[in-house]
Design a protein around this ligand. Structure first.
Ligand SMILES: C[S@@+](CC[C@H](N)C(=O)[O-])C[C@H]1O[C@@H](n2cnc3c(N)ncnc32)[C@H](O)[C@@H]1O
Length: 250
């Protein structure tokens, strides 16, 4: 049973090795090879020294976020569900900085991950790497925090929610090594609707239109669809078209 590993990780809560950026590649000065990648890096300068892997993941998410034309409703407290090791946070942070003008009070985004103690090939946990990027990207105006938490146990009201690639099919959920009892897309989407204030934004990104259809089935009673892009051949390494959607809480 693959999910036995999940329970062992939850019990041990071992953070593994310290994340060191740039050690997994001999070429930290990696440059994108596509026009789209170069354009995005010009528009969203990722100032810090990042490894190739971090730049690729950041560009993959930026390529999806950058397509939204509608202004995203402003926020003070946001949450992102299922952030894995948050390696794409430099891209998300650059997009947030460009999309929202400086506010009186700092904005905050909390990233939650239920399987935060999973180790990558280097022996670093998602928690370790995600906390590294949260600290690295935090500025006076924009704060990030990584939390090892089941989203169902997150109870703070928010005015912006991100969910990149929710596990809405039981087969995908199982292949991620998560226990069967944690497969509750209906509960989780309804929980998202309960946390969001009226008129606030929800950016949901699905792999394949069948995952979008499944998500929309649970979301349509609480949200209006504001903008949607079906993206083929993006910088995100997906085998299927990606459906990127901005919803507004009714
Ligand atoms: C398909 S991955 C997507 C990872 C990341 N958002 C990205 O864009 O690469 C889904 C992630 O959601 C996490 N997850 C699943 N159920 C969750 C829950 N109830 N609360 C928090 N995280 C959850 C999984 O452990 C996994 O890391």
């Amino acid at each position: 049973m693959r999910s036995t590993g999940f329970y062992i990780r939850q019990k041990l809560q071992w953070r593994g090795r310290t994340h060191k950026e740039g050690v997994e590649t001999a070429a930290p000065q990696w440059e994108p090879t596509t026009d789209r990648g170069r354009q995005l890096l010009k528009k969203y300068p990722l100032h810090e020294q990042h490894s190739e892997l971090t730049l690729r993941e950041s560009l993959g998410h930026l390529d999806l976020l950058d397509r939204f034309q509608t202004p995203i409703p402003d926020f003070s407290h946001a949450v992102e569900v299922g952030v894995k090791n948050w390696r794409y946070l430099p891209g998300l942070a650059a997009w947030l900085k460009k999309s929202f003008k400086a506010a009186k009070n700092p904005r905050k985004l909390i990233g939650v991950e239920v399987d935060a103690y999973r180790l990558d090939r280097r022996g670093c946990s998602y928690f370790e790497t995600g906390s590294y990027f949260a600290d690295q990207q935090t500025s006076v105006d924009l704060r990030f925090e990584y939390q090892a938490l089941d989203f169902k146990k997150f109870h703070q009201p928010v005015d912006l929610l991100f969910w990149f690639f929710p596990l809405v099919c039981s087969s995908t959920h199982k292949s991620w090594g998560l226990p069967k009892e944690l497969f509750r897309p209906r509960d989780l989407f309804h929980h998202a609707a309960d946390l969001l204030k009226p008129q606030s934004g929800f950016i949901v990104v699905n792999q394949g239109d069948w995952e979008w259809e499944e998500s929309w089935h649970y979301l349509k009673s609480s949200f209006d669809l504001k903008e949607q892009h079906v993206v083929k051949g993006s910088l995100h390494p997906s085998d299927h078209p990606i459906v990127s959607t901005l919803l507004i809480r009714k």
